[in-house]
Write a protein that binds this ligand. Sequence first.
Ligand SMILES: [Zn+2]
Length: 308
Amino acid sequence: MTGKFIITIDLGGTNLKLALLDLRFHILSKEVLSTQAFKKPASLIGAIADSIDNFIQTHDLSKKNILGVGLGLPGPIDVKKGLVHYFPNIPGWKDVGLKAILEKRTGLKVYLDNDANLMSLGEFRLGAARGAVNAICLTLGTGVGSGVIINRKLFRAETFAAGEAGHIPINESGPRCNCGGNACLEVYIGNHRIEAEARKVFRRNISLEELSSLAKAKNQKAIKIWLKVGRRLGVALVGMVNLLSPECVVIGGGVANAGKILFDEVRKTVYRQAMPIQAKHLSILKAELGSDAGLIGAGILVKEKGLV
Ligand SMILES: [Zn+2]
């Protein structure tokens, strides 16, 4: 192939997604690799570097065709220094200068950011929040990831740690959260919590997909669980909406597939409780880019040289 391309990577707890993008952020090709065999940071970094080299080769490209590599990572990142502070779900990482290491190994320009920030950037530029000036994007899964767009830019703060909507407490006290806090939104509406609640109610294991289908088939117990999730998410959003007055809240991730029942309850809660001017100018929308949002956001990060 000829021309310029971008490689983007979405690193999760168990696998690595690679994508080849053109400069208009169309995904031309994707690959998923398991990372479970790589326990130590050095071996995982080696696997990432090798996967980039292989990806370039299998697409009949050379390094001069690659504008850069963008990585979305599951933890707090110092975007300026290209440093991984730590990963909550991958042990062993402590202030690793991943950008410098990968640039040396691959000879390519490398840019890093938190995965939820990049998903938000993707949805903001090319997904459900396009056209907004201020937006909050949430992705609901095992954790609750989020990013905040203020005046058309990702709001990262001086620490690059801003935008953690999943760790807004919604109660004075409550279950312990992975982040070190208590009663965070994430411990109430993360996958595992919803599944645990469903297990209690139905007295058997039940997946989120099944819980959604049951609710769509008017099962009252399932409906009740989704309404509770919607209210909890809604309450947390009321606080965010009153504080930031975004025109747009975008909700994606596996849990968002519950669809209308969840969105109706979130909207009902927010429009009832948020302050009137904030509520009047707000739309609550479903994410549009699905699991590609982070890969697309990482492409934007590369093309704009990390200055997003
Ligand atoms: Zn937390």
